[in-house]
Design a protein around this ligand. Structure first.
Ligand SMILES: NC(=O)c1ccc[n+]([C@@H]2O[C@H](COP(=O)([O-])OP(=O)(O)OC[C@H]3O[C@@H](n4cnc5c(N)ncnc54)[C@H](OP(=O)(O)O)[C@@H]3O)[C@@H](O)[C@H]2O)c1
Length: 209
């Protein structure tokens, strides 16, 4: 399976590194193919390649959106997302980090599903700091969790499997509407990390017994 990643910044490159350690082919893309090539060269993974956005999406069954939330509306014409599983990693954080621009009655993921009606949107990886990928997905013997929310069971199972193969403990987080709670959870993680000085080697986890 090919996985396209749109956005080669902190999260795009972190996910490319992580999925570059699996058997999947990763195609990293952004508006600037040259800078994306430089990121790919730095990652040094033979199964991670660079491409333009349209070709990356065309060649892939799964597409990860790793751009700012506000950029997604400009991506709808950049590629044909029909039939693709689109993993939404975005958090609609306001520019001044004072909170989220979307919430309560909708979420970034649900708004992206409206923008891409021919695709199947799955929320995942949004509660994981980019810096976590640099140091790996193990926290004191526990795997990093990622919460996977989607309406389509096949798409959800695909993403749960992908995440588990990449080294996460993937947690079924129910329907896509639960992105309304996962996005504030990510904001709380940002708040712990930066405002309450816990740093970026932290991650939310659901414990059970
Ligand atoms: N950083 C984290 O720890 C973290 C954790 C979880 C989720 N997230 C979410 O992940 C997303 C990416 O965050 P990031 O930290 O990786 O940001 P970033 O380092 O600024 O990277 C953003 C990427 O998106 C691209 N981009 C911006 N506008 C675009 C457009 N209109 N069309 C196509 N590509 C565009 C940028 O390309 P250019 O270089 O061409 O601008 C860049 O490659 C955000 O939604 C964020 O909320 C971040």
């Amino acid at each position: 399976m090919n996985i396209a990643i749109i956005g080669s910044g902190n999260i795009g490159s972190g996910l490319a590194l992580t999925f570059g350690q699996t058997a999947y082919n990763v195609i990293l893309s952004s508006r600037n193919e040259e800078s994306t090539r430089a990121v790919v060269a730095k990652l040094g993974k033979t199964n991670v390649k660079a491409s333009n956005i349209a070709d990356a999406v065309k060649a892939s069954e799964v597409v990860i959106l790793a751009t700012p939330y506000d950029a997604v509306s400009s991506l709808t014409n950049a590629a044909d997302f029909s039939g693709k599983i689109v993993i939404d990693v975005t958090n609609p954080v306001k520019a001044d980090f004072s909170g989220l621009s979307v919430g309560f009655e909708t979420s970034a993921a649900e708004e992206i599903q409206k923008l891409l009606p021919q695709a199947t949107v799955v929320k995942a990886f949004n509660t994981v700091f980019a810096q976590v990928y640099e140091q790996g997905l193990e926290f004191d013997g526990h795997k990093a969790q990622t919460f996977v929310a989607a309406n389509d069971d096949v798409a959800k199972q695909t993403v749960l499997s992908l995440a588990n193969e990449a080294g996460f403990e993937a947690v079924d987080a129910g329907a896509l509407t639960n992105a309304r709670y996962l996005e504030p959870l990510a904001y709380m993680n940002i708040h712990f990390g930066y405002m309450l000085n816990k740093g970026t080697q932290i991650i939310p986890a659901w414990l059970s017994r």
